[in-house]
Design a protein. Structure first.
Length: 239
């Protein structure tokens, strides 16, 4: 009887613990490719190039943290089914590019701030070498100094990629744990979500680089098997 009571108590404790740790996952699919080229002559000659993959739309971020307590929050960036993100930094981009990921909702805010300057960033299906980067998660409640009652949500990560670098991946997760002290009821209109490669340099660059951050097809398993058999056949011939 004592063993049964202890087991029931343990189950109850585990249930209470799991209920206390809430979880939020926001997933955005990035499918819209675009490029931006800008050339400046004043005050000095310089060039700005951006290649972006963005979400067609971003849902509102609507969560009442006052009712959640300590909360695990994850924002997932995903490529469309059957595709992956591919970054190919041109060889003549001497200083390389900045690869930025961003998820933004709302416009302003100044109440109940939550900051995390070292969230966990996980790349899925990564091919190639990715250097260490930085990230941040920022949540804030309505702006009391504005006539517009708007909250602000920012989830970001940034990496420096050198010229000649090529990487690909199918998705990225940025995760944090929002403390129970943050008790704001957020209702932030979706603004934008993107993966963007940015290049800026003194001097003039022609607008010939196109979509150096792009979507690429993921080979089907059958295609990979055929390629593998072909490679095996070549090895046998060499022997």
């Amino acid at each position: 009887m004592k063993t049964k009571v202890m087991t029931m108590c343990l189950v109850a404790v585990l249930a209470i613990g799991s209920a206390a740790q809430a979880g939020i996952t926001e997933t955005v699919t990035l499918s819209e490719e675009s490029t931006e080229y800008r050339s400046f002559d004043w005050p000095f000659e310089s060039t700005s190039l951006n290649a972006t993959i963005s979400a067609d739309s971003v849902p509102s971020f609507t969560h009442d943290f006052s009712a959640l307590g300590q909360t695990d929050l994850t924002v997932q960036f995903r490529a469309p089914e059957g595709q992956k993100f591919q970054v190919t930094v041109p060889d003549d981009f001497g200083i390389g590019i900045t690869l930025n990921l961003g998820y933004l909702c709302g416009d302003s805010g100044d109440t109940g701030e939550f900051w995390d300057l070292s969230p966990t960033v996980t790349f899925h299906g990564l091919e190639g070498t990715l250097p260490a980067g930085s990230g941040q998660v920022y949540l804030t409640g309505p702006d009391t100094n504005s006539s517009f009652v708007i909250d602000r949500v920012e989830v970001k990560a940034s990496y420096m990629l050198s010229a000649g670098t090529t990487i690909s991946f199918t998705g990225v997760d940025i995760s944090t744990t929002v403390s129970a002290d943050y008790d704001v009821n957020l209702n932030s209109p979706g603004k934008e979500a993107y993966i963007r490669g940015s290049f800026y340099s003194f001097g003039s660059y022609d607008n010939v680089y196109g979509q150096f951050v792009s979507l690429a097809p993921v080979p089907e398993p059958a295609t990979l098997a055929i390629l593998g058999l072909g490679a095996l056949g070549l090895l046998r011939r060499k022997k």
